[in-house]
Design a protein around this ligand. Sequence first.
Ligand code: ZN
Length: 305
Amino acid sequence: MMIANISRKKLPQNLVSAGISPTASIFFSLIALPLGLTAPVLALEVQFNPASPRLGDTISVIVNTENSPSANNIQVTVGKETYPAYQTAPGRFRAFIPTTPLESPGRRVVQVTDGQTTRNKAIFVGNRNFPVQRINLPPGKAGVRATELELRRAREFRAVRSPERFWNGPFIAPSTARRSTPYGVRRYYNGVFAKDYYHRGLDYAGASGSPVVSPAPGRIVLVGRVAEGFRVHGNVVGIDHGQGVASIMMHLKDISVREGDFVQAGQQVGTIGSTGASTGPHLHWGLYVNGKSVDPDVWLKTGVE
Ligand SMILES: [Zn+2]
């Protein structure tokens, strides 16, 4: 049937002029058809969004399992890291791969498996020039050190993975104040590049006592105070938005929520302060995806599903 539909006028000229018989030409042109028309449909279709990410972006790995209806345990792996995939619709799963300024740009191979079928698909992560700050500290002054308690609580905050997705659509800014320090800034201390440092969030330079709201719905999973030992974070609130996405609000003056509370987007969680390692009133908002601080910008502008 397909052969009958192929007009001989459309046969590749190079085959015809090479003296290959019309029958042979039809045979060759069938082979040359785009794979999608003749190959069996793949059990796992994998797409990336954005298709051309840059460092700091959140990569959505979208897996279509319509042709593999038994697939319900999708695993997404890059190198040694495995990322949880959540069902977003019938026959559709999504995992988030966070990227950060600490990584090298370039090609990664994303492995997607349902336990039976495995697909490997490459993605290229582009470079991005982050702003640089040069900090000069007097000799012997190393700055404030985090306590064991706040390190442990911060680790636990980054490890939270809840299966529900609480957000829907774009996030809202947690403060109406002017943004002071952008995401991803790198630093030199006394002329030495701090290779493990990048600014893990956005700063808002608001007046002390001005409101800090939740950028999206979520569960309060962390409330910490200076008095308990949060020397670096200061008074801090952590919000779990679900599916590995979470916000941390640092250097707060007051806190108006408790652990376990559920908050809506726009609901106040505290006020701007200068507690912890801070040199003036500001909010530090960190957006974490699967434990890594990503650029919140696209989450604010268009949203990430
Ligand atoms: Zn900050």
